[in-house]
Design a protein around this ligand. Structure first.
Ligand code: C2E
Ligand code: MG
Ligand code: MG
Ligand code: MG
Length: 281
């Protein structure tokens, strides 16, 4: 009997693996045609500087409106796009779109674009960035590039050379999701980032856990001594906002100020938040 049960669960396992593989193949296939079919959009989430009480930038976040499935979240399709190399074309599209959109935003407002390690390996990543800037007319100092440690993990000599080249042009660089990687600290030593983004996992529990508060405080202090701006990701409540402010972290991003919105709604979000901030001041 035990034997039969074992065989049954093996068959079940096999079937569910097959289903998973098929779903993954379907996603991959749909992803291949998505760019050409115009199924992607870029949404923008505001980032507020607490020292100046202004909206300093918007983070560009890709959205995929799948014809049958509706919105598919980046966590599901970005890894597939990376594995298949499709992220090179998709990432370039996001970059160009973000630069065009940001060129029409008020004053010095910046745009932050997320990058994948794969994009750095094409050998012409810097040229791609310069082309996006010149096509849009966006000043280099209004573009921020967000990278996670996976970007620095591979081929780090070549990657660092590209980052230095971009930085010498006035483009700003951010270390994203700081604190979640294996050796976040050593990356701060290898490259002079302009900004550190404290991962949401620490920020969301800043009022509930002493250790999270200690970590957020330490990263903020670290940023200050390294001359890097720190941004707290994922601030959702007034209580979190107050604590982050009290800790002295310079920038805040999260649902408390606003969810990511389509390009057409950026100006409205900007005006709404600036009004809110001037009332609070
Ligand atoms: P990320 O770069 O760390 O972006 C922040 C994520 O946190 C976004 O999720 C954003 O919607 C979400 N978020 C912001 N504030 C809050 C909050 O207060 N509460 C909660 N619960 N979440 C908040 P999203 O848009 O789903 O993107 C997830 C990840 O996908 C991004 O994390 C980034 O790593 C990746 N991604 C998004 N767009 C792109 C892209 O164009 N290129 C690449 N390579 N990766 C991208
Ligand atoms: Mg990011
Ligand atoms: Mg992040
Ligand atoms: Mg994150």
């Amino acid at each position: 009997r035990a034997k039969n049960e074992g065989r049954g669960s093996y068959r079940f396992f096999e079937a569910s693996m097959k289903a998973e593989l098929n779903a993954r193949r379907a996603l991959e296939e749909d992803l291949r045609s998505a760019l050409g079919a115009g199924e992607f959009a870029v949404h923008y989430q505001p980032i507020v500087n607490l020292k100046t009480m202004t909206v300093v930038s918007f983070e560009a976040l890709i959205r995929w409106n799948h014809p049958e499935r509706g919105e598919v979240v980046p966590a599901e399709f970005v890894p597939v796009a990376e594995e298949t190399g499709l992220i090179v074309a998709i990432g370039e599209w996001v970059l160009r779109q973000a630069c065009v959109d940001a060129a029409s935003w008020p004053g010095p407002t910046r745009v932050s674009v997320n990058l994948s390690a794969v994009q750095f390996r094409t050998g012409q990543f810097a040229q791609t960035v310069f082309a996006a800037l010149s096509a849009s007319g966006l000043a280099p100092n209004r573009l921020e590039l967000e990278i996670t440690e996976t970007v620095l993990l591979q081929d780090s000599e070549a990657t660092l050379a590209i980052l230095h080249q971009l930085r010498s042009f006035g483009i700003r660089t951010c270390m994203d999701d700081f604190g979640t990687g294996y050796s976040s600290l050593s990356y701060l030593r290898s490259f002079p980032f302009d900004k550190i983004k404290i991962d949401r996992s620490f920020v969301s529990e800043v009022n509930d856990r002493e250790d999270c508060r200690a970590i957020v405080t330490s990263i903020t202090d670290l940023g200050r001594s390294l001359n890097m701006v720190t941004t707290a990701e994922g601030v959702e409540t007034r209580a979190q906002f107050d604590t982050i402010n009290e800790i002295g972290c310079a920038e805040i991003q999260g649902f408390y100020f606003g969810h990511p919105v389509p390009a057409a709604e950026v100006e409205e979000a900007f005006t709404r938040i600036e009004r809110l901030l001037s009332q609070a001041a």
